[in-house]
Design a binder for this molecule. Structure first.
Ligand code: RP5
Length: 201
């Protein structure tokens, strides 16, 4: 089934619906790609740089697999704070239910997003060149009391798990999504049950 394309907003990559072969290629593209506009969007995926997209597209991929409309943007807490503020405000107006933010190094992005909205946010620390993401993890997770930033694992697993956390949250009030998540878990368990270790000599 083809993915329903959504937005033409500058610098945004959006999508919803099950993944097709074409959609998989599009998910691998940089978030600067122009796509058709979606007014209503449930999830806002934001990252500090287009260099984070290779990791953050894992979150977009999960949203697509579960048929959740998202918009992905590269917007920096440090380099483009004004544009970030505008985007958060627009996303609130468009019905956004959750943000996923990924950044690396002195990673303030998720905390800054959390400071500007009460919409739940999940954070993904980016692997970094010199400190392998430990800097990103500590900068993201060590928030002062009052502005929570639930933080996932460094890298791709964290990005995918952030989106799965959003799915679980949305599934509380969406029976179809709940069934999809239960099926996903069952399939995952089945794969582990069927897995066997390779023989060695
Ligand atoms: C952070 O700095 C970004 O989130 C990225 O992980 C890191 C490096 O950014 P680039 O120099 O690749 O743009 O703000």
């Amino acid at each position: 089934m083809a993915t329903k394309k959504t937005s033409s907003r500058k610098g945004a990559t959006t999508g919803t619906g099950p993944v097709s072969g074409t959609a998989k290629k599009q998910a691998a593209a940089k978030p600067a790609a122009k796509e058709k506009a979606s007014e209503n969007v449930l999830v806002g995926i934001v990252m500090g740089s287009t260099s984070d997209w290779d990791v953050m597209k894992e979150a977009a991929q999960v949203c697509r697999e579960f048929g959740i409309a998202y918009e992905a943007r590269a917007l920096s807490a440090h380099r483009s704070p004004a544009e970030l503020e505008v985007w958060i405000s627009e996303m609130e107006k468009r019905g956004c239910q959750a943000f996923i933010a990924g950044a690396g190094g002195a990673a303030h992005l998720a905390g800054v997003v959390a400071s500007q909205t009460i919409i739940p946010i999940f954070a993904v620390p980016m692997p970094s060149k010199y400190m392998k993401g430990l800097d990103s993890l500590l900068a993201t997770v060590q928030m002062p009391r009052g502005i929570p930033v639930p933080t996932l694992a460094i890298g791709e697993a964290g990005a995918a798990n952030a989106a799965l956390s959003v799915v679980a949250m949305l599934a509380l009030h969406d029976a179809t999504l709940k069934k999809k998540l239960q099926d996903f878990r069952a399939l995952q368990s089945e794969k582990v049950r069927k897995a066997s270790l390779l023989e060695f000599s």
